[in-house]
Design a protein around this ligand. Structure first.
Ligand SMILES: Nc1nc2c(ncn2[C@@H]2O[C@H](COP(=O)(O)OP(=O)(O)OP(=O)(O)O)[C@@H](O)[C@H]2O)c(=O)[nH]1
Ligand SMILES: [Mg+2]
Length: 333
């Protein structure tokens, strides 16, 4: 018979030392007993179009990374913005506004926003303090309520609302669903933006940095160029035109040791008439789109920007899943 060699992993340890080792093994990672552990996690900003999600993301980051406009469905790409504090790292996810879709693009935008509900630690439901709560909000709240994440009500645009409006809106929002927390903010006035960070930080699990500390967004330089150009189109056109516009950045490079950004982008529309509107008389609309987009890009990239723009027609691209994906507006991107 083979001789058995007995191995005692606790050899030489006292009972107290063994107990201490066992309780250490059970303790969750990064969670010291004194509560000083590092927290990290994901927070989705969701809500109806125009509720102020992207404006809040920019206010949180302290710089303009996401595009914003009064046009519904401004945001088409989910974008992550990262905040680093000594005690936590919070990844905010800006999502497209939830709405009743009219085309394949609209359905894709909804899919993209709804996908976040199951994937984050906190869902922040943004509700505009100045707009009556309606059936659309009920539809959104029903979906948010099903998320396993903590739910925070964020009343937005406080600078535009009277205290009476705020009180009424809070009551109406509380009727929609049960929230774990609530806060009223104004991104424009910078009111309660930091306090919102404090609120969501409480609901994050203990965890590591998910993104390098110097990284404020996961958006590529190409997508930022395309989106900044699209924002300027949204701000200059009306009715159907803003919705029919898709922008692709065809070329981007940094020259002169990073002091100059050279980019080329194409603005796509669905009809010849829309092309004429975007170019304008003697090209003046397109020129001003380029000037304004360049100014914002120079501020963000902190360098000189050379931007070349072109306008093309791509009939009915909003109904074409392949084109939607090519622009980067697909929920799977
Ligand atoms: N006065 C004021 N206006 C705001 C505030 N937050 C957002 N807005 C304005 O509201 C409009 C919509 O803001 P966005 O941040 O683009 O809204 P969104 O929820 O991202 O919209 P979608 O991307 O279409 O879903 C813009 O014209 C913003 O300037 C605020 O705190 N105060
Ligand atoms: Mg937005």
């Amino acid at each position: 018979m083979d001789e058995m060699i007995e191995f005692d992993p606790f050899e030489g340890m006292s009972d107290d030392e063994i107990d201490a080792m066992a309780s250490e093994a059970e303790a969750p990672c990064f969670a010291p007993q004194d509560g000083s552990g590092f927290r990290s996690g994901f927070v989705a900003l969701v809500g109806r179009p125009n509720s102020g999600k992207s404006t809040l993301l920019n206010a949180l980051l302290g710089e303009k990374v996401a595009i914003t406009s009064p046009v519904a469905q401004t945001t088409r790409r989910r974008m992550r913005g990262v905040i680093n504090r000594d005690d936590c790292q919070i990844v905010f996810v800006d999502t497209p506004g939830l709405h009743k879709p009219k085309d394949s693009l609209g359905s894709e935008l909804n899919r993209s926003a709804l996908a976040e509900l199951g994937d984050v630690d906190v869902v922040a439901l943004l509700i505009d303090a100045t707009k009556p709560i309606g059936r659309g909000d009920t539809w959104v709240a029903e979906r948010v309520a099903k998320s396993p994440a903590a739910k925070v009500l964020v009343l937005t645009k406080l600078d535009l609302a009277t205290p009476e409006m705020v009180a009424r809106q809070l009551d109406a929002a509380r009727e929609l669903m049960e929230f774990d927390d609530e806060i009223a903010t104004s991104s424009v006035a910078g009111f309660n933006v930091d306090a919102f960070v404090d609120v969501v930080a409480k609901y994050l699990p203990y965890g590591p940095h998910w993104f390098p500390v110097g990284m404020s967004t996961d958006a590529t330089d190409e997508s930022i160029v395309a989106e900044f150009v699209r924002e300027k189109v949204l701000l200059r056109t009306k009715e159907e035109v803003p919705h029919a516009v898709g922008v692709a950045c065809d070329e981007l490079s940094f020259k002169k040791g990073g002091r100059v950004l050279v980019a080329r982008a194409t603005i796509y529309v669905e009809r010849e008439g829309q092309k004429g509107i975007i170019i304008g008389k003697r090209g003046h609309v397109l020129k001003s789109i380029g000037i304004d987009a360049r100014r914002d890009l120079e501020r963000l990239f902190n360098c000189t920007v050379s931007l070349e723009l072109e306008v093309r027609v791509k009939p009915d691209w909003r109904q074409d899943a392949r084109e939607i994906r090519r622009f980067g507006y697909s929920a799977d991107d």
